[in-house]
Design a protein around this ligand. Structure first.
Ligand code: HEM
Length: 548
């Protein structure tokens, strides 16, 4: 304390005396050192129990350890942590996360409060840029003011037009067929005997298929053909810089941080070289994202420079890779554990696409969108396993919590103070037992009941005729109060939704056309990664449906 806080002379003298006494006595010195953590814990607990909080402050989740706060409980199982805290404190509460004060608002109203908030008060750049900018690169996403990023989202939407998506279905199908025909995990399939069982590591296979299909379509020919060992290494180094540790500690003097920075520079150059070649005249790439971005202009008439395009491409690679591969993994794991549902998906394919010779033909984009069983499998998987369990914003100004969200106490309403973070978790409302019947059971059929909760939640989320709002990247359904929001809501709502549905739909159909799957038990969640993954072991057994 001495020197850091202005103290009265009497206190300063007392502290100096104590200091010299401790320093001259090594045993006492060690004892004091050893006891500092204990004293800190005791003071932290006493402060929570004895110091009255301001009436407008949301309640703070009780925690033993100062600084660390509730990081361990939250990090191990955020949903369980949220549900437990909700029981004690209601829908709005604050918890300590490694020194940060994070105010959570749960339920559809909580989601609306945070995701529907203005970027001038609930700010995403301030919350995420230290994690994303070293990975994506400068001048894009959270490294630029929100209105610029909204324009960049608009550019990306052009690249994700229905016309482009139509061109992608066949490419994705082909890419997966080729994967099944050559990857060592599918040796048993390749042998051609429909009675023999093999197995594959779900997440590994899904990650490989996701990056191959995304690069064949969105990322473009040069990226697909440049996907060699060194690309994989660069990608891995970038990916290893995108972890909860990087979120908490943006810059540590560790090799993984240095590898991240080197990989970012190399990846950026890789894309810039492609763009330069295209600008020099090699551009027969009408359907990919680079082509779309090269044609866009900001509102002030400026076109995107090479770095911006390169860094948006890296951002898209990262944004789509784990979200889609995790969802694909969960979907296949559930289908393997529920053969009846897998059979229903298969029969739907047979009904629509099997010709008189018994062979299945390719799907079109329009046909893919009209397959209710397949659709319900994806929706239900995203309900139970939304890849992003927590969405954060930094609070730039004091914000009163609406009275409808936290029942006002006699002292007034809560205010989230400037300097806090806010956190929404649509994942909580998606498995809230007070909203969903058998909330923890994976049951795609719940989406077929046109009057059921699921259909209503979906309508509220996507409603074409409902309230729309344009944040700068085209009108989107507001959807902020739906209990189903796997793609977020508001100005930061996902723009990859249609692409993800197409990628996942084609993936699931193609796998189910060829393979019967089985697994004894769907694995538990691993929350230690940025994106919620299934814990190992997660091998799925498979066998061919028909003879080669
Ligand atoms: C934003 C989920 C796939 C690009 C988001 C958000 C969520 C989400 C929850 C909101 C984040 C926030 O509010 O902070 C998903 C899921 C996916 C998926 C569940 C797949 C199953 C994709 C794909 C792409 C993509 C394939 C790109 C092709 C984006 C972008 C944003 C976004 C650009 C905007 C971020 C912002 O405005 O701050 N996504 N996503 N996503 N996603 Fe996705």
């Amino acid at each position: 304390l001495n020197g850091t806080i202005p103290l009265s002379d009497a206190w300063s003298g007392y502290i100096q005396h104590a200091q010299s006494h401790i320093q001259s006595n090594p045993r006492l010195y060690i004892a004091v050192l050893l006891n500092i953590p204990v004293v800190a814990i005791v003071l932290n607990v006493l402060a929570q129990l004895l110091i009255p909080r301001r009436a407008t402050d949301p309640p703070v989740v009780f925690h033993w350890l100062p600084f660390i706060g509730s990081a361990i409980a939250y990090g191990n199982d955020p949903l369980n942590f949220f549900f437990e805290a909700q029981k004690k404190y209601g829908d709005v509460f604050t918890f300590i996360l490694l020194g940060r004060r994070v105010t959570v608002a749960l339920g559809p109203k909580g989601n609306n409060f945070i995701l529907g908030g203005k970027s001038t008060v609930f700010n995403a750049e301030d919350a995420y840029t230290h994690l994303t900018t070293p990975v994506f690169g400068k001048e894009v996403v959270y490294d630029v003011p929100n209105e610029v990023f909204m324009e960049q989202k608009r550019f990306v939407k052009v690249g994700l037009s229905a016309e482009n998506l139509k061109a992608y279905v066949g490419m994705i199908e082909e890419e997966i067929e080729e994967f099944l025909a050559r990857d060592p995990a599918f040796k048993v399939f390749q042998k051609g005997d429909p009675n023999e069982w093999g197995s594959f590591e779900t997440v590994k296979v899904m990650q490989e298929i996701t990056i191959l299909t995304a690069s064949r379509t969105l990322q473009g020919k040069e990226v697909r053909s440049g996907m060699d060992k060194s690309f994989a290494e660069r990608y891995n180094d970038l990916d290893n810089g995108f972890t909860p540790i990087n979120f908490m500690f943006p810059n540590l003097p560790l090799p993984s941080y240095r590898r991240r920075d080197r990989a970012q520079a190399q990846m950026s150059k890789f894309y810039v070289d492609i763009i330069k070649k295209r600008r020099a005249g090699h551009d027969d790439h009408e359907h990919d994202m680079i082509a779309a971005l090269m044609q866009q202009k900001y509102r002030n008439g400026r076109t995107l420079n090479d770095r911006e395009i390169a860094h948006i491409m890296i951002a898209l690679l990262m944004a789509g890779q784990h979200t889609s591969s995790a969802t694909g993994s969960w979907a296949l794991l559930h289908l393997a554990a529920n053969p009846k549902v897998a059979d229903a998906v298969y029969q739907e394919q047979v009904k629509h696409f099997q010709g008189p010779d018994g062979r299945m033909r390719s799907m079109t984009y329009e046909e893919l969108r009209e397959l209710p069983v397949l659709d319900s499998v994806i929706r239900e998987t995203l309900r139970m396993h939304p890849p992003i369990h927590s969405i954060m914003r930094y609070v730039r100004d004091d914000v009163p919590v609406p009275a409808t969200l936290s029942a006002p106490s006699k002292d007034g309403i809560y205010v989230v103070p400037k300097g806090h973070y806010v956190m929404a978790s649509p994942a909580v409302s998606q498995v809230d037992p007070t909203v969903w019947k058998d909330a923890s059971v994976w049951d795609p059929s719940r989406w077929n009941d046109t009057d059921g909760v699921a259909a209503q939640a979906f309508k509220m989320y996507t409603d074409e005729s409902g309230e729309k709002i344009d944040y700068g990247f085209g009108a989107v359904s507001k959807g902020t109060e739906s209990p189903y929001q796997p793609f977020g809501a508001g100005r930061h709502r996902c723009i990859g939704e249609q692409f993800a549905y197409l990628q996942l739909g084609t993936l699931i159909s193609t796998i189910i056309r060829h393979l019967e799957l089985k697994i004894e038990k769907v694995p538990e969640h691993n929350y230690h990664t940025m994106i919620t993954m299934p814990l190992p072991p997660r091998d799925i057994q498979y066998k061919r449906r028909t003879k080669a």
